[in-house]
Structure formats: C-alpha cells, structure tokens
Design a protein around this ligand. Structure first.
Ligand SMILES: Nc1ncnc2c1ncn2[C@@H]1O[C@H](COP(=O)(O)OP(=O)(O)OP(=O)(O)O)[C@@H](O)[C@H]1O
Length: 263
C-alpha cells in the first residue's frame, strides 16, 4: 500500500525579505512520480531543498518520510533520500572511477569496514551500473565522461542507497537530443517500476518528462498554480497560467511537447 512520502502544510520560505514560496501545501505518495515545472525563479529548487531536508520552512510544516523537519535528526533522514543535481555532481572528484562514484554513495549507509556489506554493495553497484547503462564505463574517470554519461552517474549514485525518495534537479539540462532521449528512456523505465521509490523531478521542459511519471506541480512566483495527476494539472491552460503566455500542450504516446499557442 502507498504511504505518504512528503507532506507540505501551508509552507512559506522567506529569504532576505523575499517570499520564495508562499503558502504551499502538497502531498506526495510513495507510488507517485512528480514533475515540478515553472518559470525561472518560481521556487522549484527551493521545493526540492525542503524535500531533501536540506532547508527548513520559514512558516508551516514539512514532513519528509513521515518525519517532521525541525523535530528529526536530518542526518538520519538524508541517507533515505537520493538527490541528483549538478551541485551534487560537483562533489564527485574528476579522477574518481564511475564504479567508485556510484559505490561510495553506499559507505555512509552501510559502513566501509563491514566486509559482508562490502559484498552486498559491490553487487548492488554492479546492478545499478547496468540499470543506468554504465557497465561499459565502470573503470572510466568521471571527469572524462560526456555530459549525458555524467548525468547517468549522478542518478545511479542517487539510487545506489535504495532511497525511499528520489529527487532530481533538472536531470536532462544541457544534454543533446540523443543523450536526453537516452536519459528520459532510462528514467521512464525506472519510474514505471512499482519497486521504484517516489520520484520528484524539477524540469524546465515538458519534453523531458519521462513515461511513467504521474503528477505535476506548477509554480509561479512561489505559489502553486496547479497540482495533481497529469490529466488535470498538466494542460495547456495550467501551463499558460504558470508561464504567463498562451501555451499549447500536446501529448503523444505518454510524452509531452509544448509551444507558444499561435494567435
Ligand atoms: N538564499 C536565498 N536568498 C535570497 N533569495 C533566494 C535564496 N535562494 C533562492 N532565492 C531566490 O528565490 C527565488 C526562487 O529560487 P529557486 O532556485 O527555488 O527557483 P527555481 O524555480 O528553481 O529557478 P530556476 O528555474 O531559475 O532554477 C529566486 O528568485 C532566487 O533568486
């Protein structure tokens, strides 16, 4: 049965006198895969930071994996959350091998000293590398990979710990068409598996929403414009509201495309 993974109640975030998020209420269940969309500066990354237990709200309450921020030791919570972003990728040393970049994600959870766990970690790393199309690159250095390959390593690292919540901040940004489609295809397979955790992905483009994703949250200036299953929350009207221009959304075979509506 699905459980609640994220619960935001009337959440506001104020920084330097600016209201970045304004009275946001949102619930994510374990079997849901969300895309967060909205213009630059709308507050998308701030939503992910709260979900990652990396930030506290100024007002309202945030529960992550049924633990309330402010009352839980975030260092216990964070190993259960996989987070892939460009900022996280910068922490991977350029000379680290792909295999180690993925495997080291497990150390904080299982402990490097325990030989029995090491075997389990090795086997899991091998499986994760295969799942994300990285097995042939296992001995290559992270810094020498293409952007697309590096993005896959970031995600493989984030899922290595078998998280209960996977957060992705613009996973397809800067990829060429082929690399984007490869990544979106892999994410689609992962999102479609019932054994995968809840997923929340921030993206700028509906074209990057993989098959298997189920829900959308649209933000504008820190406020929710629409949220819920795609059928109601991801439409030409909701996108037009979020971006402030008339947008025409089309869907074909589980993939989306958007463009300015012609007058
Ligand atoms: N620590 C901070 N202090 C002041 N303002 C901040 C801080 N962090 C973020 N902001 C501002 O809050 C707003 C929302 O930022 P956020 O990064 O969440 O938006 P975003 O929707 O992810 O934007 P983008 O699409 O450009 O990545 C922006 O205007 C940003 O400048």
């Amino acid at each position: 049965m699905a459980s609640t993974v994220l619960q935001f109640d009337d959440v506001s975030v104020v920084r330097d006198g600016n209201t970045i998020l304004d009275s946001v209420s949102w619930t994510v269940a374990s079997d849901e895969r969300w895309a967060i969309l909205g213009p630059n500066g709308a507050g998308k990354t701030t939503m992910l930071q709260l979900a990652a237990a990396a930030m506290h709200p100024t007002k309202g309450t945030v529960e992550v994996l049924q633990e309330r921020l402010g009352k839980v030791d975030v260092f216990e919570l964070r190993p259960m959350i996989g987070f892939a972003s460009t900022a996280m990728a910068r922490r991977i040393p350029a000379n680290e091998t792909v295999k180690d970049a993925v495997l080291t994600a497990a150390y904080s959870v299982t402990g490097r000293w325990n030989e029995e766990y090491e075997g389990i970690d090795d086997r899991r790393a091998k499986r994760v590398l295969e799942e994300w199309g990285l097995e042939a690159l296992a001995d290559r250095r992270f810094g020498n990979l293409s952007d697309g390959e590096q993005k896959r390593v970031q995600i493989a690292r984030a899922v290595m710990t078998d998280p209960e919540l996977l957060l992705l901040d613009e996973p397809a940004a800067s990829l060429d068409l082929g690399a984007r489609e490869e990544l979106v295809g892999l994410l689609g397979g992962y999102a479609s598996s019932p054994s995968s955790p809840a997923i929340v992905m921030v993206t700028h483009h509906v074209e990057e929403i993989p098959r298997g994703f189920t829900h959308a949250l649209l933000l504008r200036e820190g406020r929710i414009v629409a949220e819920g299953p795609f059928a109601e929350a991801l439409t030409s009207d909701t996108l037009s509201d979020a971006f402030g221009i008339p947008i025409e959304l089309t869907e074909a075979d589980g993939r989306y495309a958007a463009r300015a509506a012609s007058a």
